[in-house]
Design a protein around this ligand. Structure first.
Ligand code: SF4
Length: 318
């Protein structure tokens, strides 16, 4: 049966998503997971949340989905070792070298190749399997046939993001923010943080969502107020098909949203999945779409505020 995976941006959120119906929760190790520190967890918080998940018969996954420099790999492995000693077994990574190093050091770990790996076909999935991944997050636009091939021919689990926001590039491949904040700093553990780069321990300031001028070769403005597409992305309609296809994990993003909203999202997806599994033949999507519209509206409102604050922090005009 497909697992429901949801975000744990704080200890409280991790508990709420597990209590409202997620089978697994993902959390970010502080400094290593493409989010602001307030939505990541200290080592002690990761360990406490993992214990809570285990006490409920559920799973906690730790995201290390930034791209480390060579000198940072030993730091990543040391942090992972601390979690493994405390019973954490599941990790989410993007960097293929870090994945290989983690799997070599801890062969018993379960590694998910993250959305940032941009896995668009079965050969990509095979490559990550050879690097140690047991499960791959498929690129958002992947069709069912490709997912089937990955599951059946490559033999890795398929994880599908059903509730997120896309970027105008493939997720994880945009570098726009890094041009707006170019400072860096080392933290107490020796990890370097490039403040404008979510791939390197900094942040995405959502600068695509401000208005841009398109400047021609002669310096004149060819087009004003250009906004790059960055659309909300919900695959509610597809969930029955994904379950029938045998995907391993259905994932919803949301570490930066409020705990009550994330709890509502998890409850919604839990109920929908259970309702479909109870009686596939008479399942109807319409009522779920109405309920979803309310969640989307609350989510959009929270996201608008966060986006305005991030753009303002970047120093660009909103
Ligand atoms: S700047 Fe926009 S497109 Fe780039 S990573 Fe951030 S949200 Fe995505």
């Amino acid at each position: 049966m497909a697992e429901l995976l949801a975000s744990g941006g704080t200890v409280e959120m991790a508990r709420v998503v597990l209590d409202t119906g997620a089978d697994a929760v993902y959390v970010g190790a502080k400094g290593w997971s493409r989010r602001r520190a307030q939505y990541e967890m200290s080592d002690d918080e990761v360990i406490a949340s993992a214990r809570y998940a285990r006490s409920r018969g559920k799973i906690l996954r730790v995201a290390f989905n930034t791209l480390p420099a060579s000198g940072e790999i030993p730091l990543l492995l040391a942090k992972a070792a601390k979690f493994v000693r405390e019973g954490v077994r599941d990790f989410i990574l993007t960097d293929v070298g870090a994945m290989r190093a983690l799997k070599d050091r801890f062969p018993e770990t379960v590694i998910h190749a993250s959305i940032g790996c941009t896995i668009v076909n079965a050969e990509d999935a095979r490559f990550y399997k050879e690097a140690g991944a047991t499960q791959v997050v498929t690129e958002c636009r992947m069709d069912r046939e490709e997912m089937r091939k990955i599951r059946e021919e490559v033999g890795v689990g398929v994880e599908v993001l059903v509730h997120a926001t896309t970027c105008y590039t493939y997720l994880g491949r945009c570098t726009m923010s890094s041009y707006t904040r170019q400072e860096w700093r080392f933290d107490d553990e020796g990890k370097n943080h490039f403040l404008g780069s979510p791939n390197r321990g900094g942040l995405c300031y959502r600068v695509c969502m401000t208005e841009w001028d398109q400047i021609g070769e002669d310096g004149s403005v060819e087009a004003g107020r250009v906004v790059l597409p960055n659309l909300a992305y919900f695959l509610v309609d597809d969930i029955p098909d994904l379950i029938d296809l045998g995907v391993t994990t259905i994932k919803i993003q949301g570490r930066e949203y409020s705990v009550p909203l994330v709890g509502r999202m998890v409850r919604f997806y839990r109920d929908l999945i259970d309702s479909y599994l109870r009686d596939r033949s008479s399942f109807r999507m319409e009522p779920w779409k109405e309920r979803m519209a309310e969640i989307v509206s609350a989510r959009d409102s929270e996201r608008r505020d966060k986006t305005a604050a991030l753009i303002s922090e970047s120093g660009l005009p909103a």
